[in-house]
Design a protein around this ligand. Sequence first.
Ligand code: BMA
Length: 331
Amino acid sequence: MIINGNSLPNIPWEDRPANSDPNKELMWRFSKNPIIPRDLTLRSNSIFNSAVVPFKGDDGIEFAGVFRCDDTARHMDINAGKSKDGINWIIEDDPIKFIKTDSELPDSDYKYDPRVIFIEDRYYIMWCNGYHGPCLGLGYTYDFKKFYQMENAVMPFNRNGALFPRKIGNNYAMYSRPSDSGHTPFGDIIYSESPDLIYWGKHRHVMAPCGGWQSTKIGAGPCPIETTEGWLVFYHGVLTSCNGFVYSFSAALMDLEKPWKVIARPRPYIINPRELYELAGDVPNVTFPVAALVDKDTGRIAIYYGCADTVTGLVFGKVDEIVNWIKVNKI
Ligand code: BMA
């Protein structure tokens, strides 16, 4: 079912608990959530909306990541981290200092919500970059020690950039979410292509908000996962309640060679804020998926998601069950 994925026998995992009804709960939370506390680094106010990938360590395949760490001055930045098991993390106290690939590249006012994906020979990082408002920053690393910053992929205002793990036709591809300079009361997912990861075009509309938990705006979460049934795309959706925004998430299937075409999209969410650490925090009522690990052999999937803009949690599921659920519940 998973195409082009890797074997990841040590994917963070916990079986579905006995009291979890598969007909009510497609994915289940890790019993030790949240896995990353808000104050793990010296100066962090909160660590959430963060990206994790398998990465070769001293003892075989381990894990590396780029973490959104807001500091106690409430400055938003991204820090590198390492883990042997994907659950217990060592995160650098200082933000990543990117080496500019062009001396004229402007400094970032802030960085947040990174996505990381391995393409061809390196790990690319795309994040929401402060440059006259939020836009999409892009960089890469080979080793999670030295990081290189490239040109911004998209002009302001834009957020939620997620690169595809392979070229579509001859071009690199991404989803993004054009926005405004504030908290954005709208937002659709847009697809774009680039021959060189610098110049972007062929912009195609993918999905719009469609009521209920996804009635205000939607945005891509983890980088798309290739399956025999299409690209599996987790995305967040926002509802505007009388108490403000509520962030939940679900998943859809997209055409493999024309990823702007939706094959199936259900109405229900998969995860919404209901645990205390999702309901209470710096921004209450937020479950925000940003990274997914998958094991090709077992079809296990582990999603890292930000909880209430404060801490990081894990949810587990099986790719075949999720894909079938999407197809059965298709609008
Ligand atoms: C969005 C982004 C996310 C955040 C969410 C909820 O606009 O800023 O980083 O998780 O709002 O506050």
